[in-house]
Structure formats: structure tokens, C-alpha cells
Design a protein around this ligand. Structure first.
Ligand code: URA
Length: 272
């Protein structure tokens, strides 16, 4: 589409204003082409012919794409037999979140460490770097884990319920949580943890399928049935982003970390 000089200047001025407001990231569910109404309206008052919406990217998936989304998600997840296979399966899902996010954020750390921590969804820093928990809440998480001798580069593995950042960091919807849960369960079956930690209410709700909030679910071990692996002891605790807003919660988080440390030590005692 050709824009004349005045239209280009007007669009640039609008963009500069957005940046000055701090609106420097995607908030809508899908990219919007703001040039369309402007370009479709001729200078005269004559009614403009509606401009066709640009085609969305082709769905590259095979015929199964026409089955309901959840079935398709389940099929794609079940077919993944490695972490890279899981990444490819997520990409094949062609979810709308993929269009507003910068990167797919799958995991970080040591897959066979035996300990998996699961958060909610990538934030802006994670989206930019393609790794979970690299922003301020991730830095707090690293310090919390270090206090009980855990380091992501040595003895932990991190992932999230959602692999793409929701626009504007909104909370994942119930539909998104249930769509991505089969991928998380498959991920767990592939890395075979002996302990799982759920960070925050979203991860706890998605995987424990309980209605209570995180303050009721935290501080004790649950049993998570992972298809293909069996029941795995699973601890729910407060999300580090919540602790940044509510530092008083760190006391409870510390209680939970001690529970985790004790469980890991007990396992090691039994095994050695
Ligand atoms: N919050 C999360 O839940 N996950 C991340 O990866 C980062 C922030």
C-alpha cells in the first residue's frame, strides 16, 4: 500500500505519541493494521469500498487442524517425544498468542535435574530473551532458590503454563490454561521430575484443578498425576512476582522453600 507524504507523517506522529505515552508493546490479541481505515478513505466524501482484511498466516498443520482446538492440542502434545519435539508441536498449534508474542518461551535449566518449577507465563523480559524467569521476578526466584542450595544451571528446570506472553501480561484465560495443560503434562512426562513446584495461582489452578486460591493450596504437598509418569509430589507456593508486590508473603515462601529442601534431602537420604 502506497502512503503519501502527509499520511506517512501523520502515522509517524501517531506512533511517536504512542511511544511518549509508554505504549511500546502489543496489547491486543492480534496485530492490527492501523493504516487500513486511513488508506481506505479517499479525500472526497464518497463512500469507500471496504478494503479486504490482509490474509492471516496460513495454518501449516495437517488435516487434524480442523478438529476442536483442545483435541488438536492433546494430539500434538502426545506426539512429542523430546523437548524439541514439544517446541515444534507448540509451534504447529498456531495459537493466536504466538502472533502478539516475540518468542516461544519453553524452558531453562537442567531437564533431568529431577526438580521442575512451573510459573504462569512469560513476561516482557522472558518474551524478549526466549527464556523463562529472566526478569525481576526471575531474579528474586533465583535468590530464593539459592538460599536452599538450588540453581537453575545445576539442579532445577523451569517452565510455564503458557509458552507465549499474553498481551500486556494479562492473566491467562481458563481456555488458554486448559489448552496448554496437555503440553505441560507431556513436558513433565519427558523430563520425569521427582518433585514439582507450582509458582502461583495460575500454575496451581491449571495443574491441581482445584478451586481454592494459592494461599490455601500453598505450604503442603499435593500429588500430581502425570500421564506416562505417575503421581509426582507437588508443592504449591507463592509466585515471586506476588512477593515483589507483597513482601510480607516472603515469610510463607520461606516456609515452603524449607519444605522443599526437606523433601529433597529426604529423597537423597533414601537413595544414598
Ligand atoms: N512470571 C512467570 O510466571 N513466568 C516467567 O517466566 C516470568 C515471570
Amino acid at each position: 500500500m502506497e502512503l503519501d507524504e502527509a499520511e506517512t507523517a501523520a502515522l509517524l506522529a501517531a506512533l511517536e505519541l504512542q511511544i511518549a505515552w509508554g505504549a511500546d508493546e502489543a496489547l491486543d490479541e492480534a496485530p492490527q493494521d492501523r493504516t487500513l481505515p486511513r488508506a481506505a478513505a479517499p479525500a472526497a466524501a464518497a463512500p469507500a469500498a471496504p478494503r479486504p482484511t490482509p490474509p492471516r498466516p496460513a495454518i501449516t498443520a495437517p488435516a487434524a487442524a480442523f478438529t476442536p482446538a483442545a483435541t488438536r492440542a492433546g494430539e500434538l502434545a502426545a506426539g512429542a517425544d523430546s523437548i524439541e519435539g514439544l517446541r515444534a508441536a507448540l509451534a504447529a498449534l498456531n495459537h493466536p498468542l504466538r502472533e502478539t508474542a516475540g518468542n516461544l518461551v519453553l524452558s531453562d535449566g537442567v531437564p533431568d535435574s529431577g526438580l521442575v518449577l512451573i510459573g504462569e507465563a512469560p513476561g516482557a523480559d522472558e518474551d524478549r530473551q526466549g527464556k523463562p524467569f529472566v526478569g525481576v521476578s526471575g531474579q528474586l526466584l533465583d535468590r530464593m532458590l539459592a538460599s536452599i542450595g538450588i540453581e537453575r544451571a545445576r539442579n532445577a528446570y523451569l517452565t510455564n503454563i503458557l509458552p507465549w506472553r499474553p498481551p500486556g501480561n494479562r492473566t491467562p484465560t481458563d481456555a488458554e490454561m486448559s489448552l496448554f495443560t496437555p503440553f505441560v503434562l507431556r513436558h513433565l512426562a519427558l523430563v520425569r521430575p521427582h518433585h514439582i513446584v507450582l509458582l502461583g495461582g495460575t500454575a496451581a489452578k491449571a495443574l491441581l484443578r482445584r478451586n481454592e486460591g494459592i494461599t490455601r493450596l500453598r505450604g503442603r504437598w499435593h500429588s500430581l498425576e502425570v500421564p506416562g509418569l505417575g503421581p509426582v509430589p507437588t508443592l504449591a507456593t507463592l509466585h515471586p512476582a506476588y512477593l515483589l508486590r507483597q513482601p510480607a508473603g516472603k515469610r510463607d515462601a520461606w516456609t515452603d522453600l524449607r519444605l522443599l529442601r526437606r523433601a529433597l534431602d529426604t529423597k537423597n537420604e533414601i537413595e544414598t
